[in-house]
Design a protein around this ligand. Structure first.
Ligand SMILES: [Zn+2]
Length: 508
């Protein structure tokens, strides 16, 4: 009897387990259907009302259809459904490890970040991408190989000079390695310390190596101030000689001497495009930049009062320069150069030199914000069809662009100022960066594409980050999906981390 009972229970237990097993398999994530959305598909075509079905990591249907009975339904009445935003210039390289939820990024609708901009990238590439795969973020990430990073690998601390042909050959090998390991292109920052010593030929040769792997050349050009036009010509020459597509980083005219010259700048670019140069650019929606203290003085005479005086005058004076990060003396943070001079009873020029000395002594690079772009130039750039939206921000950015860029374009440039139509703004955030990256299955709402999607309210979407509160999250971004999984909903992260390391070769 006892034995029989045991058998009976064992049998019941087996049936129960079998039932749980099938029930678990039936509970595989089913399809989700978003209905009543105004779809901005990423191509720039007008909005159209419709439904979108997400199954697994893909979009499986777009059009006029009803959800099936067992499907999860999201009613998107009043909302716009767009492809997830691709931020081609993002500085979250270090931040993703400690902050993989990346709330300041997904809250903007960003679903893919490209890091490694301005010549500064993780190295080597493959281990970094593998670490992203092992500790995934809420959003996808791709990486550039950095020109300065590679230059330092070869020249070490002896980088303040032109490289020899043998050294360039070594750098080319490293570009080749980086591209094979999954980098999407080569980035440079020719205005910055390490990159600024390179000859044009060095950059051409390295870019040609990236072009062999179908990479593109993304650059913070040698000068964004008085010599903007010379730097632009060098950039175009690099593209033509290396036969490589160009991504011009954060297009701007950053000094008094070139303010208002966007039409002429655009003409030079248009002429190059007509000659067949594959030239695209990105622009962040702010009239102020964020960089390090020394970048302000192009002739690198940081302690020469005349050089510093010219540098401050060029950006419109010391009131246009704000210290945002100064580790040796955090009391400086939040003050302009004029303010600090007044507080210390010295001139703004003397104050600048004092800051250089204090930061050199502490071996740190202070962060500054320079308010030195004009709205008419920003508008002219934004209205070019070859200019996309990118943040130049990322996790931990002390510039509000780090948490505000994409909603700001939608709220300010589309809704308030009417500089752009909504579908065109979305194109600049999605299919245009995807085109630069040569990605066919992201940045677009169509059947078969990855389900990286954003639902936002076009009436309310707006940035809230400011220079004094740079991490404030935007409003109006209602839901964000990455690879078919909801990562942002009801004004908070869901905790899901479905992001992928893009570009990692399957064999590595
Ligand atoms: Zn830059």
């Amino acid at each position: 009897m006892g034995k029989f009972v045991k058998c009976k229970y064992a049998l019941l237990l087996m049936i129960l387990l079998a039932w749980l097993g099938t029930s678990a398999s039936q509970q595989k994530p089913g399809a989700t259907v978003i209905i009543n959305a105004q779809i901005a598909d990423g191509t720039g075509k007008p909005l159209r009302k419709g439904s979108v079905r997400i199954s697994g990591d893909r979009i499986t249907q777009v059009g006029d259809f009803q959800p099936a009975k067992d499907e999860q339904v999201i009613d998107a009445k009043g909302l716009v459904l767009a492809p997830g935003f691709i931020d081609i210039h993002n500085h979250s390289t270090a931040g993703l490890e400690s902050d993989p939820l990346a709330e300041t990024q997904i809250a903007q609708g960003i679903t893919t970040l490209v890091v490694g901009a301005d010549g500064d990238s993780p190295w080597p590439i493959a281990p970094w991408l593998k670490a992203r795969e092992a500790n995934p973020a809420s959003l996808n990430v791709a990486v550039m190989a950095g020109h300065a990073t590679i230059r330092e690998q070869v020249l070490g601390k002896d980088f303040k000079r032109v490289s020899t042909p043998a050294e360039v050959e070594k750098m080319v090998q490293l570009v080749d390695q980086g591209m094979r390991e999954g980098a999407v292109g080569l980035s440079s920052g020719l205005e910055y310390e390490v990159g600024s010593y390179s000859a044009t030929d060095e950059v051409v040769t390295m870019s040609a190596a990236a072009a062999k792997h179908s990479g593109f050349y993304m650059t913070h050009i040698r000068d964004e101030a008085d010599k903007s036009f010379e730097a632009l010509n060098e950039e175009i020459a690099i593209g033509e000689r290396a036969h490589i597509p160009i991504e011009h980083s954060h297009i701007k005219l950053g000094t008094v001497g070139v303010w208002g010259k966007a039409p002429q700048y655009i003409q030079v670019i248009e002429a190059a495009r007509k000659r067949g140069v594959d030239f695209l650019a990105d622009c962040y929606p702010y009239d102020a930049w964020h960089s390090n203290l020394k970048v302000l003085v192009p002739d690198k005479q940081y302690e020469n009062p005349q050089s510093v005086a010219k540098a401050l005058a060029d950006v419109g004076g010391g009131s246009h320069v704000t210290i945002v990060e100064f580790k040796p003396n955090p009391n400086y943070e939040g003050h302009t150069m004029d303010d600090l001079g007044r507080i210390n009873s010295i001139t703004p020029v003397e104050m600048f030199i004092r800051l250089v000395r204090e930061s050199d002594a502490a071996n740190v690079e202070p962060g500054i914000i320079g308010q030195s772009m004009t709205e008419s130039d920003i508008k002219a750039f934004y209205q070019q069809p070859w200019v996309m939206v990118a943040s130049d921000g990322g996790l931990g950015s002390r510039h509000p662009r780090g948490a505000g860029t994409f909603p700001r374009v939608l709220g300010v440039y589309v809704r308030e100022k009417h500089w752009l139509t909504l579908p065109e703004a979305i194109r600049k955030m999605t299919s245009l960066p995807a085109k630069r990256l040569d990605w066919k299955d992201r940045g677009i709402v169509r059947e078969g594409a990855f389900a990286d999607l954003v639902l936002f309210n076009p009436e309310t979407v707006i940035d809230r980050a400011t220079f004094s509160d740079p991490f404030a999250l935007p409003t109006g971004i209602e839901k964000v999906f990455v690879n078919g999984t909801l990562v942002w909903s009801s004004s908070k992260a869901t905790g899901a981390r479905p992001g992928r390391a893009l570009g990692l070769p399957p064999t590595s």
